[in-house]
Ligand binder design. Structure first.
Ligand code: 13P
Ligand code: SF4
Length: 323
């Protein structure tokens, strides 16, 4: 259990002192409501530090948080992340009340593809297994064989007994997986609006500016960016790499808040970041989280048919990943 002093300390590398003092009463109120409601707050690595370090109980990448959602004893799961993540939590714990503080916290990848698109691809390539990146709606998950995240995409693709695999909807992640598997990948033109902004030229110019910098990118970036990086992985794999490699100067090719959260975790390292922000992730604020707990809003509701089929796709992924 974090003390108020622990929380204050974890916010010092991002906020001014008076900002921290303004945030602390709200953080305390949220932490009180959490106990009163027996709620657990799952926090994605892209949350701002006040939400991430201040009020979230379980922290991590999409893979870890989907496992955590399946295992919690809490009555309420409040997902501090985007809508598809809260839907995944509902798939894994359908009997629980799953909330998100802002229903408009979407995702350019999840919005790029519909259930109809998947049905069309399946009829175009009969018998070819469909892998969907978790960054898609529950309806799309329900139409697919197995999910994956950026932490396990290659492992999931290689686990399938087929030479060809349909991989949806991120074309850049698909391209990065293609470079690490012998299977033929059929992709779809979806992209993350944050990671698609980075170019290989950006990385080369940062390397000139900061000789010796370690470049860590997310595999939602295009293959050229990943190729000129020192490491590419999911958000939690990025932190693990920083911890294990001992890298001193790090350029993070990902969403802005990741750098703020890592700066607080690794005060002895230097983070260089260009700060591209995800407007969807940034919709989740302390004020909205307090209201979400107080009024038990906004609840994720899914059709039972979608829950049954979508849950299987996520469950299969967890089985392969944590076997
Ligand atoms: P991961 O945390 O699984 O790396 O996901 C990154 C992302 O873009 C989520 O929106
Ligand atoms: Fe979607 Fe990209 Fe935002 Fe993640 S960072 S929620 S993939 S738009």
């Amino acid at each position: 259990m974090k003390t108020i002093e622990d929380i204050r300390k974890s916010l010092e590398s991002t906020y001014m002192e008076h900002e921290i003092e303004e945030k602390l009463p709200l953080i305390q109120e949220i932490n009180r409501l959490k106990k009163e409601k027996n709620a657990v707050l799952l926090g994605h690595n892209y949350m701002t530090p006040d939400v991430f370090h201040g009020v979230s109980d379980i922290l991590g990448d999409s893979l870890y948080l989907s496992k955590a959602a399946a295992e919690t004893d809490a009555d309420i799961i409040l997902f501090n992340g985007v809508h598809f993540m809260a839907e995944t939590a509902k798939l894994m714990s359908p009997e629980k009340k799953v909330l998100i503080a802002d229903l408009k916290a979407g995702c350019s990848l999840a919005e790029s593809i519909t259930r109809e698109d998947v049905k069309k691809l399946k009829s175009q390539y009969p018998g070819v297994p469909v892998v969907t990146y978790v960054n898609c709606t529950a309806e799309v998950k329900a139409e697919t064989d197995i999910c994956c995240t950026s932490a396990n995409a290659v492992q999931i693709v290689n686990s399938l007994d087929s030479d060809t695999v349909i991989f949806l909807p991120d074309e850049y992640l698909a391209g990065n997986v293609q470079k690490q598997t012998n299977k033929k990948i059929i992709s779809f033109p979806g992209r993350c609006m944050v990671h698609e902004m980075y170019t290989a030229e950006d990385i080369l110019s940062v390397r000139k500016q900061w000789p010796g910098v370690t470049v860590i990118s997310h595999p939602e970036c295009n293959t050229d960016v990943v190729e000129v990086s020192d490491f590419a992985g999911s958000t939690s794999q990025m932190s693990k790499y920083i911890r294990d490699s001992g890298a001193k100067d790090v350029f993070l090719v990902t969403e802005c808040s990741m750098g703020d959260n890592l700066r607080s975790e690794f005060p002895d390292r230097q983070f260089v970041s260009s700060c591209r922000t995800c407007p969807h992730m940034k919709r989740i604020t302390l004020e909205k989280i307090k209201d979400a707990l107080l009024y038990e809003q906004f609840e994720i509701k899914l059709d039972p048919e979608i829950v049954e089929k979508g849950r299987m796709a996520v469950q299969r992924m967890l089985e392969v990943s944590y076997k």
